[in-house]
Design a protein around this ligand. Structure first.
Ligand SMILES: [Zn+2]
Length: 231
């Protein structure tokens, strides 16, 4: 009986954390792709790699719409995935992304710098060094200033239909439905942008500049579910 009860309690404890890991990483992926869509459709001038700009947008936007508890859960799960992936990656100097561990450090840096008064403890627990704090605050402040100008331009006119349109089937779309709805309340893309889940042959997500469409690969759902169960 005790054993059954223990398993029940352990199961109840583990399931939401695992589900949150999948949701938080899908959510951050959605925000990153939304950054690409804004850069494309508003012709946002960027300095440096577009992937870095899309990552920065992901955190600036998350910081606007999520409370401190949600932000803490988001950064923990994004860091856990980032470090697991970095442990398996080979360095490619031609990659459009920063090396995985550097990308993860940058994520912690932006998370902290966007609200340093509340986030020092967790950022340090995730590896940020005291000497990095000033730079992180400066980096987050300049990124927020840059993206807020774009978000102001993209503010929806009252009553206009949402421009990010969930299309077709896929568990990711069901999980992200409230986030997609919130995006449409806060951001209007100039062109209708479908979001679909498709089989791509790799664990990834895309924004296609040439036809204004966003895709989450079904392989990403599978990989996230597997990673969620790993310690
Ligand atoms: Zn990207």
């Amino acid at each position: 009986m005790f054993r059954v009860l223990f398993l029940l309690v352990a199961g109840l404890g583990a399931m939401p954390a695992s589900a949150d890991f999948v949701l938080n990483n899908l959510r951050y992926t959605l925000y990153h792709e939304l950054g690409h869509a804004l850069i494309d459709q508003y012709r946002v001038p960027i300095f440096g790699p577009e992937e870095n700009a899309a990552d920065s947008f992901g955190f600036v936007y998350a910081d606007r719409v999520h409370d401190e508890t949600e932000m803490a859960d988001l950064i923990r799960d994004v860091v856990r995935l980032g470090r697991a992936e970095a442990a398996e990656e080979l360095f490619d100097p031609w990659s459009e992304y920063m090396p995985g561990n550097q990308r993860t450090a940058r994520a912690i840096c932006l998370y902290f710098g966007l609200n340093p008064g509340e986030r020092g403890h967790l950022a340090r627990a995730l590896g940020m060094r005291p000497d990095d704090e000033r730079f992180c605050i400066e980096a987050a402040t300049s990124n927020r200033r840059a993206w807020e100008a774009v978000l102001e331009q993209a503010r929806p006119v009252g009553g206009a239909p949402g421009t990010l349109v969930s299309s077709g089937q896929g568990k990711a779309l069901r999980l992200l439905a409230p986030d997609i709805e919130r995006i449409n309340r806060t951001i209007a893309l100039p062109r209708r942008t479908p979001l679909t889940v498709e089989t791509c042959g790799q664990d990834n997500a895309y924004y296609y500049h040439y036809d204004d469409r966003m895709v989450i690969c079904s392989e990403m759902e599978d990989v996230l579910r597997t990673r969620a169960r790993q310690p």
